[in-house]
Design a protein around this ligand. Structure first.
Ligand code: 6MZ
Length: 370
């Protein structure tokens, strides 16, 4: 990296950013995964050396990723660990100046650990409350207004940053492997947890598994309840599924790697924002290189897009890195990059009060950044 690249790299780290597509279990620190694997290795549940090798491997196909998630879920199946990884993931995003994080996770049942979908989510919320290196603005369970656990201002009177602050909201994921009844349970749980910062529903999971008729009823149920939807769409070619998904009018879609012309027309006329996950798509071989990614066409045609990490642990990336990749690959200047980061405010699922707060954060940062 030469001096100019380094300067851009640092700039991408410094600017405020919004993360809208991050899976909790895909965002765990490698060091934490290794530590958890070591404990399970000592208990004889897994063979540590085999697992460590898989965790540290660089570059994975899409099927390998889903095998790895099954392994991650073995490592993270108790309430204490779920709370710990949530806390760490939020702290890591805040450390790179993510000011709003919509974190998604699949509520899980595990009878052996006394875990229900609801107790899993309680552990996630406990993890958010345990964050202490930065201020976390969560939804207040007593009223619809935000509260900050330690309400210190972002800037002191001289405008210097005192303590970082991050708004966090949650999306509950439905895994494509689930039954309709289980998916419905997740939607009902999301409604129940609205006062705790749950703002919508995600559909994710291995795209080669499952049939859309199993999860579509639950997504329609979410829509009827007024919960916004973001769907993993066209990670592999599957026209029938893409059409079914567009039929329920999702508020956002993720990936959109294999979309036919006709469906693009529908997406573009409805202006559905696309969550762009560059590193994830290239690592899982959806595209040969970043240069071939559809980001550039969407950006050029002014279609709403937001840069995201997907699984920053699994793919060894950060949101700052995703911004740097766009600037260095497609030659966007600082003004364009800042505007790209700021435009994501309009696609968040949080309420207008949060959007307004985010607008102020970007406005305050603009004069220093450009
Ligand atoms: C589809 C993905 C994904 O929910 O246990 N997930 N689903 N495509 C992807 N692209 C690579 N990355 C992650 O986080 C892990 C789960 O998120 C979904 C998978 O269902 C995975 O098991 P949580 O916190």
């Amino acid at each position: 990296m030469d001096g100019r690249d380094m300067e851009m790299w640092e700039w991408c780290h410094e600017i405020p950013k919004i993360e809208l597509h991050a899976h909790l279990n895909g965002s765990i620190r490698d060091s934490t995964l290794l530590e958890l694997a070591k404990v399970l290795g000592e208990k004889g549940v897994i063979v540590f050396e085999d697992v460590a090798h898989v965790i540290m491997k660089n570059g994975r196909s899409l099927p390998e990723c889903f095998k790895l998630f099954d392994l991650y879920h073995i490592l993270t199946t108790d309430h204490e660990t779920v709370a710990r990884i949530t806390k760490e993931v939020v702290e890591d995003f805040a450390a790179e100046n993510v000011v709003y994080l919509e974190l998604r996770t699949t509520p899980k049942k595990n009878e052996a650990k006394g875990m229900t979908k609801q107790s899993y989510m309680k552990a996630v919320i406990d993890g958010l409350r345990a964050v202490d290196t930065v201020d976390v603005a969560l939804a207040n369970s007593d009223s619809s207004t935000d509260y900050c656990l330690e309400p210190s201002p972002i800037n002191d009177t001289q405008g210097r940053i005192k303590r970082k602050k991050i708004y966090v909201r949650l999306l509950l994921s439905i895994d494509r492997r689930e039954t309709t009844a289980s998916a419905m349970e997740t939607v009902d749980l999301a409604m129940k947890l609205k006062d705790y910062g749950v703002v919508g529903i995600d559909l994710s999971g291995n795209p080669v598994v499952g049939e859309c008729q199993t999860f579509i009823p639950a997504l329609k149920h979410a829509k009827e309840l007024g919960l916004p939807l973001t769907l993993h769409c066209a990670e592999i070619p599957n026209r029938k599924e893409v059409q079914a998904m567009l039929g329920i009018h999702p508020e956002r879609i993720g990936h959109a790697c294999f979309i036919e012309e006709e469906e693009w027309r529908r997406i573009k006329s409805a202006k559905i924002p696309i969550e762009i996950c560059l590193t994830s798509n290239v690592r899982t071989e959806r595209f040969h290189s970043i240069n071939d990614h559809h980001f550039v066409d969407l950006y050029s045609s002014k279609h709403p897009v937001v840069l995201c990490t997907d699984d920053c642990g699994l793919f060894s990336t950060t949101l700052s890195n995703e911004y740097y990749l766009v600037a260095s690959t497609f030659g966007l200047d600082k003004g364009q990059m800042f505007q790209l980061a700021r435009s994501a405010i309009e696609f968040v699922f949080a309420d207008n009060g949060v959007k307004q707060a985010l607008r102020s954060i970007f406005e305050a940062a603009e004069s220093n950044a450009i």
